[in-house]
Design a protein around this ligand. Structure first.
Ligand code: ADP
Ligand code: MG
Ligand code: MG
Length: 357
C-alpha cells in the first residue's frame, strides 16, 4: 500500500504564511503513486486540524491534488481538530511518516519533533537537539565556535538585562561591535524582528523591537559581504549542494526582500572559484554535523568583501521549501529534482527512525 504521509503546516510562529506556501509545493510534488497525503494544519492560535478541513481552518485554498486524492477508508474519522496531543493520539496509527513543513518557533525548534519522538512516528528533518540548537542563534554560535567555524563578532543577552540596565549594555555593545550592527531575536527566522542599527538611538529601538519576539537577543557587527548558501542532505554521511548566492533587493535580506517585492534573485550556482566552492561546501558539512543535523539543512554564509573569507551566518533546519526556494533549487542544480528530493527526505526519515530503535 501507499505510504501515508502527514504534511504539517501553518503554526504559531511569525513564519505561518511562509510555511503554508512551502507545504503547498510539497503536497503538489509528492508522487501520488507512492504516497497518500494527510494534511495537518496548525492555526496561529495553535489548534490542529486534519484533512481538507485544515485548509478552511487556516483560511486558505487546498491544493487541487488533495481534492482528487481518493482517500483510504476511515479517513473521514481522521478529520478532527483540537490541540496537538488529542489529534495526534487519534491519528498516530494512521501515519507512516510526518513532514513538519514548519518554520520558526514551535515547528523548527524541536518542540514538534519532541511530540513525534514521544509518539514514535518517523519525521523528516532534524531531531529535537539539532532543531533546538539551529533555532537559537546564541546556542548555534557557541556550537559553531566549538567546531572552529569562523563567524562575525557578536554579543548576546537576555531582554531582562536590557530592561534593568540599558545604558551599561549599550556601552558594552558600542565598545565591542560599534556601528552599524544587526539586532536579532535569538529564536526566529525569515528576518522577523531583525534590524540594522546605525547609532545609539536606532540601536535602542532595534533592541526594543527584537525583544517583542524573544527573551534572548543577539547583536552582531555588520559585515560587508556576499551571501552564499549551501544545501545539505543526508543523515550520518551528508551530501552538500552547489552553493547559491542571494542578490538582495534591499539594504539587507529582510522579510520584504525575501517574500514580497519579488526583486531579490538567486544565483545558482554562485559565481565562486573552485577553491571557494570546496571551502564553503566543506564548512556547510562541518556546521551540519556540529549541530548533529539529520535529513536537511540550509547553511548560510557571508563571503566578506574585504578579507575574502567565509563567515558562517546560520543554519536553518527546515529552510523555505517552495518550488522557488533556495534549498530545492540548489538540489535541482546539483541533480536532484524537487519530487525526488521529497522521496529522499522521506527515505532518510525512515532510515533515521530505524537506526534509533
Ligand atoms: P534569519 O534567521 O531571520 O534569516 P539572519 O541572521 O539570516 O536571520 O539575518 C537575516 C538577514 O539579515 C541576512 O540574510 C542578511 O541579509 C542580514 N544580516 C544578518 N546579520 C548580518 C550581519 N552580521 N552583517 C550583515 N548582514 C546581516
Ligand atoms: Mg534563519
Ligand atoms: Mg537567514
Amino acid at each position: 500500500r501507499k505510504l501515508r504521509v502527514g504534511v504539517i503546516f501553518g503554526g504559531k510562529s511569525g513564519e505561518h504564511e511562509v510555511s503554508i506556501l512551502s507545504a503547498k509545493s510539497v503536497i503538489e510534488n509528492l508522487n501520488p503513486l507512492l504516497y497518500e497525503i494527510l494534511p495537518i494544519g496548525i492555526t496561529k492560535e495553535g489548534m490542529w486540524h486534519t484533512g481538507i478541513g485544515a485548509y478552511t481552518a487556516l483560511g486558505t485554498e487546498p491544493p487541487k491534488q488533495l481534492l482528487q486524492q481518493t482517500n483510504h477508508s476511515g479517513s473521514e474519522s481522521m478529520i478532527t481538530f483540537g490541540p496537538a496531543p488529542t489529534l495526534t493520539s487519534a491519528t498516530a496509527e494512521a501515519i507512516d511518516v510526518v513532514i513538519p513543513v514548519l518554520h520558526g518557533p514551535y515547528g523548527e525548534d524541536g518542540t514538534v519533533q519532541g511530540l513525534f519522538e514521544l509518539l514514535n512516528i518517523p519525521y523528516v528533518g532534524a531531531g529535537v537537539l539539532a532543531s533546538a540548537v539551529g533555532m537559537d542563534k546564541a546556542m548555534m554560535k557557541a556550537v559553531f565556535a566549538q567546531a572552529g567555524l569562523p563567524q562575525c563578532k557578536y554579543v548576546t543577552f537576555l531582554r531582562s538585562r536590557f530592561d534593568k540596565s540599558p545604558e551599561i549594555l549599550l556601552d558594552e555593545i558600542e565598545e565591542t561591535l560599534g556601528y552599524p550592527c544587526f539586532v536579532k531575536p535569538a529564536n526566529m527566522g525569515s528576518s522577523v524582528g531583525i534590524s540594522k542599527a546605525k547609532d545609539r538611538t536606532s540601536l535602542k529601538a532595534a533592541i526594543q523591537n527584537a525583544a517583542k519576539y524573544d527573551r534572548k537577543l543577539i547583536v552582531e557587527e555588520a559585515v560587508d559581504a556576499r551571501e552564499i548558501e549551501v544545501a545539505v542532505l543526508g543523515n550520518d554521511e551528508p551530501r552538500t549542494s552547489v552553493p547559491g548566492e542571494i542578490i538582495s533587493s534591499s539594504e539587507f535580506y529582510d522579510y520584504n526582500a525575501k517574500y514580497n517585492d519579488g526583486k531579490s534573485t538567486l544565483m545558482i550556482p554562485a559565481d565562486l572559484t573552485q577553491e571557494q566552492t570546496e571551502t564553503v561546501r566543506h564548512m556547510a558539512k562541518i556546521a551540519f554535523q556540529a549541530i548533529d543535523g539529520s535529513g536537511l539543512s540550509r547553511v548560510d554564509f557571508f563571503l566578506e568583501r574585504k578579507s575574502g573569507k567565509f563567515l558562517i551566518n546560520e543554519i536553518n533546519t527546515f529552510p523555505g521549501f517552495t518550488i522557488y526556494s533556495m534549498y530545492p533549487k540548489l538540489w535541482e542544480a546539483t541533480g536532484i529534482p524537487y519530487d525526488k528530493l521529497l522521496d529522499e527526505l522521506i527515505r532518510l526519515a525512515l532510515e533515521r527512525h530505524q537506526e534509533k530503535n
